[in-house]
Design a protein around this ligand. Sequence first.
Ligand code: ADP
Ligand code: MG
Length: 808
Amino acid sequence: MDSKTLLLKAIQAEKRLGCNNGAVFGGFDRFVIQQLEKLAGKPGGGGRAETADFIRLFADYGQVSRSKREEKLEKLWHWLVNLPVSRPAPRRAQSQPQLETQLEAKEKTEAPPARTAEKSQGLPAQLQYVKNIGPKRATALQAMGINTLRDLLFHLPRDYQDRSQFKHPSQLVHGEKETVLGTVVNVQELRPRRGLVILKALLRVEESQVYAVWFNQRYLKEQLKAGTELVVAGKTDRAYGIPQINVEEFEIVDRQDLIHTGRIVPVYPGSGQLNSRFFRTVIYRLLDQVDEIAPEFLPGQYCQQHSLLPRPQALQEIHFPQSWTSRELARRRLAFDELFLLQLALALLKGTEKTAPKGIAHSPVPLPLEIEFRQRLPFQLTRAQERVLGEIYRDMAAPRPMTRLVQGDVGSGKTIVAALALLKTVASGYQGALMAPTEILAEQHYWNLQELFRPLGLPVGLLTSSKSKKERRQLLADLASGHLAIVIGTHALLQEDVVFARLGLAVVDEQHRFGVRQRALLREKGNHPDLLVMTATPIPRTLALTLYGDLDVSVIDELPPGRKPVKTHWLNRSRLDKLYAFIREQLEQGRQAYVVCPLVEESEKMDLEAATKLAQEWQEQIFPQFRVGLLHGRMKQEEKEGVMEEFRQNRLQILVSTTVIEVGVNVPNATIMVVIDAERFGLAQLHQLRGRVGRGEYQSYCFLISDTQSAEGRARLRIMEQTNDGFVLAEEDLKLRGPGEFFGTRQSGLPELKVADLVKDLPLLEGARQLAFRIVEEDPKLARPEHRLLKEELKATFADGLDLAQIG
Ligand code: ADP
Ligand code: MG
């Protein structure tokens, strides 16, 4: 690791330790001085005089106060990160005759200008005018979503290969990928059989020898003249006397820098003519102009405060790292940028929503309809429900539009909170809407709310895509005329012809399955209506900050009284007999059981058959003395309702179902949940299913049946056994599956995070968030000159994402 990187790393560590001079054994100050001495006068190391100044600066580090130490660290950090980047030259390369890579040789004949000339002409406007690209490759790049120089610069390596260490032939390990620097002695062309041409170059490395072997690349022979110095990298074969390297990458040593070997080499996503070699070549050259294409947009003091590499340098290092540490520093900076820009966008959104004009001011006091409803409620709200409702009412009474997220574990009672909020808007003379991500969920809410509101005589409608044309037309007419008080629906609510007479409150359930865009679309159905979003999936803090940075958050952190934690067991199929016996015992005591069979979209029909067969088998062979019912998504609504009603009344003791009952069903007498092939469900889903039991006074059980061998699946089941806490599960889910899958970020309308890792980068995210919100507070429209580049960057990032029109 080079001295500069070591120093940067040590400074970070020293800061973390509160500048106690303890970051390095033997004294941080001594270490700094030692490294500075090494650095003095080296390429990329700054001038000797400057270095000497810093050595003096650190001479009394051990004696001064903490704030003085911090100052010194800042100065050194700033100086180090602004040192010009040196590109390490390979050993011995300098003295060799001037040779060129194939690509560069071609360039010379096509277009002779030197780099400096290109710079003075400014940046080419289009990719196809970039050297080595041309119209054909430009088209192929566009197909990959790379349209501009900037896109190209942000086409980041998917991996790296460490080819920084040249090996002596005696050190080569059979089967390993190794890198060797040697001189061509001779080249043989072999044709062992039709269609196979082998080029075998004998390389001299000091007093030793090694073969470099290429398959079917005869055209390379021209370049491999005796005396040529080559770096080759590839898998080693020691089976035949002289070791042999099956070349994957090679480079003819040039007086200039090595790109493809002799360093930590980037590997890019891409294929065909857009291979890693191509990307390396063009990006390497593009990096000469990194300051113009991707300039630093953060004012210097922020970089220092957050110990960030300057952006141009971060880009340089992420593509062509000098060391693994410098790559990590680069990744950190780019991750910070992603998180920071996102937070900045959210801060701006929140700012504009706050000052947005004329929302709806709902009644600040309970109206007669609300009072009547409360009197009919069969239970008392929990303290958490009351608190959250208070927060919602306060927002709803204020004239500015509410944007609030209600977060609460399964069974915490979000539905009733949403119902009370909807009632507030209806009682105040407005309409309410509730949007759910699936038809089943929408139907469940519809049943629940209809039951709640029927006694009040409030008309409630359901709009999904499976409604008939006629039903739909009638419903839309009732909605537009204002006759319908409340509508429940899926995405179908967002269609253009869905018009409200006066939408007062929109509720979005399972918020994380919708995007910011859809949330905004629903809101546009009214004149700045209030918005309440609910999530049954507990959101890990990292993601809450990322995705909901613009929302106010209320948490229902208490379950209704009397709930006993569900006992969870993971069983192999071989133990089903034991399970049957246990279930029989419970049923004999008067309890009931759910059995859930997975339903995967692509094999829905087969899954359905399996569920039907299972229900039949349980009824006829295993539990003949009880009644087994079947519920699945293909049934008509009345049929479903019929089966559910029978189960509710304990005329069915066992309910076999596809995931229809994932949400909403509430039968306190049911104490057993059996999940078949449990590995096919996500943690959040399993947690939801388990939430169907443990709702009454009896001890409840959840049995996860699975023979899976997949490590990930087994990890998931084990976690289910260990905890009932939805937040813990969500965090684990995030670790197991990564945020992309957990959240479907792709469809959320937010830019994809390419670099940031929401699990690892929580501290970075918090720093980024604080900075973003502080900047927006001080400069709400980013109008200050020092924020000009920041604003441009923000616009470039969210070009087709969030609506930032309001900040100009
Ligand atoms: P979720 O938060 O998972 O959507 P629900 O809203 O479905 O939870 O509520 C779970 C069950 O708890 C429902 O049957 C509901 O009637 C009941 N419930 C909600 N609040 C209370 C309460 N304060 N006391 C008793 N039962 C409640
Ligand atoms: Mg719910």
